[in-house]
Design a protein around this ligand. Structure first.
Ligand SMILES: [Mg+2]
Length: 248
């Protein structure tokens, strides 16, 4: 500032280089490859952690659920990519708001064609990321949450998926690729080691939940179950969820 003395003049250093200005914070963010918002969040988080009791921080980490995050429809704009690909191939005019069921409005022929594209690494390499979602996962990783990325994409798409996650700097402790991988992981969790799956597939609300294991989602026209209107809302709820909650 001066960002630190509440003067309201973000780029005035008052003749003292110890004052942090808006431009300096933006440059620091650039140096670290993050946005100014992430740099500001990181600054606040680090200052807070420096002043906290390490034992308290450790105990808190034990009470956190494992966060398992789906990719398509959650971290990546799958519906938008599917609409664009099908429209180009078939001359159709689909828009994302027409995707009111999980399978979307496609004809059987279009659905089958799209299924073939999903076996091509190029399709997954070009799908756009939700930058807010990526930023929130970086925040959770910094907070010490265990993060697993899990997708029902074909297992052969593992490398393409890994490269995409690296390209968009999405952090994770483990990557599961292949149908059924989320269900297998959920069976290893319970009230003493809770897990929250963030997924847009309504079918997961039937196959995943068990004591200590929940499915949450970001609201879409086709989602069901525990829904949040934004990532900010979801992360706020996550920070209130702990092992004690899972045992109730
Ligand atoms: Mg999905």
């Amino acid at each position: 500032m001066c960002l630190t003395c509440s003067c309201g003049q973000p780029n005035v250093d008052h003749g003292d280089t110890r004052n942090i200005t808006f431009d300096r914070l933006a440059a620091a963010g650039q140096a670290g490859g993050v946005t100014i918002w992430e740099a500001a969040n990181s600054l606040a988080h680090t200052v807070e952690s420096v002043h906290r009791d390490p034992l308290e921080v450790f105990t808190e980490s034990l009470n956190r659920p494992l966060v398992v995050c789906d990719i398509d429809g959650i971290l990546a704009y799958f519906v938008q990519a599917a609409c664009m690909a099908v429209n180009i191939a078939f001359g159709s005019d689909y828009t994302p708001d027409m995707w009111t069921t999980y399978r979307g409005p496609l004809t059987a022929e279009q659905h089958s064609w799209l299924g073939q594209q999903m076996k091509n690494p190029t399709f997954w390499a070009t799908i756009a990321p939700d930058q807010e979602a990526a930023m929130m996962l970086r925040l959770l990783a910094r907070d010490g949450y265990g993060l697993i990325i899990a997708t029902d994409r074909p297992t052969e798409m593992r490398l393409a998926t890994q490269r995409w996650l690296e390209l968009w700097r999405i952090p994770y402790d483990g990557l599961l690729v292949g149908p059924g991988s989320k269900e297998r992981l959920a069976r290893e969790h319970g009230p003493d080691n809770p897990m929250i799956l963030i997924d847009d597939n309504p079918a997961k609300c039937l196959t995943i939940p068990r004591p200590g294991v929940e499915v949450w989602t970001i609201r879409r026209p086709y989602t069901s179950g525990t829904q949040f209107n934004s990532w900010t809302e979801l992360v706020k709820a996550l920070r209130c969820f702990d092992v004690q909650t899972a045992r109730v």
